[in-house]
Design a protein around this ligand. Structure first.
Ligand code: FES
Length: 84
């Protein structure tokens, strides 16, 4: 694997400079991001940060995948993966 990577559920995902998390995950074949706190499946939808359908955790903080720029070494997880 070449280039910069972040971690999605412990798996390295490559991205291009300036790419959003949602775009990088989509390019890696990941189209759903797990369940939110209400049990609804999260996914890419509006792409502008309005619908909140793509929420996930980035280094422990809830973010929208579609408007969060990928950075090397980020730890990205589904919302339901955290038990606190
Ligand atoms: S896809 Fe709507 S907020 Fe990200």
């Amino acid at each position: 694997m070449t280039g910069q990577t972040f971690y999605w559920m412990g798996t390295r995902i490559s991205f291009r400079a300036g790419e959003s998390l949602a775009a990088a995950l989509e390019a890696a074949g990941i189209r759903t991001f797990g369940l939110d706190t209400l049990g609804q499946e999260t996914r890419y939808f509006c792409g502008i940060g309005a619908c909140q359908c793509c929420l996930l955790r980035v280094d422990g903080v809830v973010r929208e995948a579609c408007i969060t720029q990928a950075r090397a070494g980020m730890r990205v997880e589904a919302l339901e993966d955290r038990h606190d």
